[in-house]
Design a protein around this ligand. Structure first.
Ligand code: NIG
Length: 411
């Protein structure tokens, strides 16, 4: 036999760019060998009758197959929740009031520091399974709720362990610069030195992260400090990314672009100069509608400018207890369209091809292309736009990771 498995009676949204919408192949066929895609095309072009080609032939009942979804920005590992902040905000409190009352990111930092590795793992596993039940096969998971040595390392270890406990690709990101550690209050420069001197070498030695992220807003760090952190990360061979330009133009998109960063995320206020730098640096704009929605922000990211400049756009849940308490990637597809005016094709590309680029895995996953990992999601839908059209309906039928069908959570 040429292949391990062959999927038939299926429409393929290959998400290969440059051709027909969604890179669609109706009445297609796709085959896997040794965990990789070995053949993709119209069923009529198969080189022999299916039973002579593969050990197993799978009938997909006329559904649509997409690349496995990529959630390229999450803070999945945290303790507790922040429903009190949510309630305070809706009773009129401002960000300063919430912080003064003991809420905000510092609340989650305290809760996460106090939590054991086991309890962090158990809580994150539940969230991971909800995402997997919506077709997610690759997920980025950030640290950033420790801001000290032990807790940051614990979060990253939990992220790696999640990828061993479930058939899912996990890419952990070190986000020590999510805020300034309470122990370094008023001494941001010293905290950056601590990250450069102590944390990065540890993270690299233990292979705990695939990238380095930073909160690059005017109120937290100066651009010079983040630039220093980025240069140190790059010297260790770690690509960079940033949460930036969410509340004002901090020039963050430009800093990430000039550092040839993987992605700049949020970007509601990013400038034309930053967009140009992102285009030149091959940096993805990762859009996070869950935060815009939860914080009831009215400023939207400049989607048309990203299109015009050729900046790829990814979409992600930003799952976190403060600004985006969601575990629904399908909801993000809908919000990406209804709030940010992405087309359904751009939204799907945002959680496949461009999400893959945002985690540095564009050559490995994100499109149904020969040679890439055979990670798929099979959907019971008539047209791909249904994936962003439904609100709260999950049409997922099956998931394949590295060529093998995996049980769906809860099934
Ligand atoms: O991406 N700097 C922002 N980080 C998160 C919010 C995290 C939190 O509020 O706990 C964001 O929106």
């Amino acid at each position: 036999m040429m292949w391990d498995r062959l999927w038939l009676n299926v429409n393929l949204a290959t998400m290969e760019p440059g051709g027909v919408a969604y890179g669609a192949i109706e009445d297609g066929a796709i085959a896997a060998l040794d965990g990789r895609i070995a053949w993709v095309g119209p069923r009529a072009a198969l080189p022999a009758p299916p039973a002579r080609l593969a050990d197993a032939v799978v009938d997909c009942a006329g559904g649509w197959l997409t690349p496995g979804l990529v959630d390229c920005h999450t803070h999945l590992v945290f303790a507790g929740h922040r429903a009190r902040d949510f309630e305070m905000r809706l009773n009129g409190a401002r960000r300063e009031d919430i912080l003064a009352a003991g809420g905000g990111i510092p609340y989650t930092v305290r809760a996460t520091r106090a939590a054991s590795e086991e309890s962090l793992f158990a809580a994150a596993l539940k969230r991971l399974d909800v995402l997997r039940a919506q077709g997610v096969t690759t997920i980025e998971i950030k640290s950033g709720y420790g801001l000290d040595r032990e807790t940051e390392l614990r979060q990253l270890r939990v992220a790696r362990a999640l990828g061993q406990a479930r058939p899912v690709r996990v890419t952990p990101t070190y986000l020590g610069a999510h805020g300034v550690s309470p122990e370094y209050k008023g001494r941001a420069a010293e905290y950056v030195e601590f990250m450069i001197r102590e944390m990065l070498p540890l993270v690299v030695r233990e292979k705990l992260a695939d990238a380095v992220d930073a909160g690059l807003e005017r109120i937290v760090y100066s651009p010079e400090l983040i630039e220093k952190l980025f240069q140190a990360a790059r010297a260790h061979g770690l690509p960079v990314k940033a949460h930036t330009d969410q509340y004002s133009d901090a020039g963050g998109g430009g800093i990430v672009g000039r550092n040839r960063g993987l992605s700049a995320d949020h970007l509601e206020y990013t400038s034309d100069a930053s967009i140009a730098a992102m285009a030149a640096g091959g940096t993805v704009a990762t859009l996070l509608p869950g935060a815009t929605f939860t914080l009831r922000e009215t400023r939207m990211p400049p989607v048309q400018k990203f299109r015009d400049a050729g900046v790829p756009m990814a979409l992600a849940t930003n799952c976190n207890p403060g600004s985006s308490p969601t575990t629904s990637i399908l909801m993000m597809l809908n919000m990406g369209c209804t709030m940010f005016a992405l087309t359904p094709e751009e939204a799907l590309a945002g959680v496949t091809r461009e999400g893959a680029r945002a985690v540095g895995l564009a050559n490995e996953i994100g499109t149904l292309s020969v040679g890439k990992a055979a990670d798929f999601a099979l959907w019971e839908i008539d047209v791909p736009a249904e994936l962003s059209y439904w609100i709260g309906w999950n049409p997922l039928k099956a998931v394949v990771v590295a060529g093998k069908p995996v049980p769906l959570p809860g099934a």
